[in-house]
Design a protein. Structure first.
Length: 283
């Protein structure tokens, strides 16, 4: 990555001052690029008054939970784990257009309760400025509950967070982007533990094979649509026989490669603008 700009460094200083002003924070920690960076800076500024809270569920891959535990242990950060089973939320499993709103409303309600029990003033989450460019109904729930979004508050974009993470020595600076496994489902198709396990196993296989950024979208009961960057398609095709065999073991009967390549929020492409406006993104 290129040398940090003065603007980027100013944003980091602003973030440090902002977090310091909060006094004590609980960071919703997924071990992703954004929340890891936020937690690191919060801990540097607030010490023991910055804690991590990780919600485990069938929508959260085991590898991410393990990475969250390892990071907090290495950094000496207090780590609170809670169970948050989204499939128990009314309507969530039916995967409505506002699925993310329902999830975030439930999840951050629990995080607020944990923060109160531990005498922590604020709950923070790691969305950044780039998250305002897509359909993000979960941000509406975050806004309604009064959750703090320090990275957005300080105007930080993903590329800046990666650059600053690298300077801080965080290995997550180059980590692939991740979203909850519920985002792999077509709106209106039921989310089940079985299908979530199929998706998690399929994505883990591709990660183990060295693919840098990917999604395995599930259509119906047994149809997989793989998204990888276009530059990695040739290698995936060279491995297609082994991949298809493994995918069948996971429960997929049909395996396809999306020729448009990896892109965030591809399941949102079917939504009408009126639907996006109805549920909003917290702005």
């Amino acid at each position: 990555m290129n040398e940090l700009s003065s603007e980027c460094r100013e944003k980091l200083l602003g973030l440090r001052k902002y977090l310091k002003s909060l006094g004590s924070v609980a960071v919703a920690f997924s071990s992703g690029v954004d929340s890891t960076f936020l937690l690191k800076v919060a801990h540097e500024e607030l010490g023991d008054k910055a804690v991590a809270i990780t919600a485990t569920s069938c929508l959260f891959p085991a590898r991410e939970c393990n990475e969250a535990e390892s990071f907090c242990r290495e950094q000496g950060i207090r780590h609170i784990k809670i169970k948050s089973e989204e499939l128990e939320i009314p309507e969530f499993k039916h995967n409505p257009v506002n699925r993310c709103y329902l999830c975030k409303r439930e999840l951050f309600g629990k995080l607020l309760a944990v923060a109160k029990e531990n005498d922590i003033a604020f709950v923070c989450e790691g969305s950044n400025m780039d998250d305002l460019g897509d359909y993000r109904p979960g941000l509406k729930a975050i806004s309604e509950l009064g959750i703090k979004s320090p990275l957005r508050e300080c105007g930080l974009y993903k590329n800046e967070i990666r650059a600053l993470s690298k300077e801080l020595g965080l290995t997550t600076w180059s980590k692939q982007s991740f979203a909850c496994l519920g985002s792999r489902f077509v709106y209106g198709e039921e989310i089940t533990e079985k299908k979530l396990a199929m998706v998690e196993s399929a994505e883990q296989l591709l990660l183990d094979l060295g693919f840098s950024q990917l999604r395995v979208r599930i259509h119906g009961e047994n149809f997989a649509r793989i998204e990888v960057p276009q530059k990695e398609m040739e290698r995936l095709m060279a491995l297609r026989e082994d991949i298809c065999k493994k995918f069948r073991d996971f429960g997929f009967l049909y395996v396809t490669l999306d020729l448009q390549g990896y892109r965030t929020g591809s399941m949102n492409e079917v939504l009408e603008e009126s639907e996006k406006e109805k549920y909003g993104n917290g702005n």
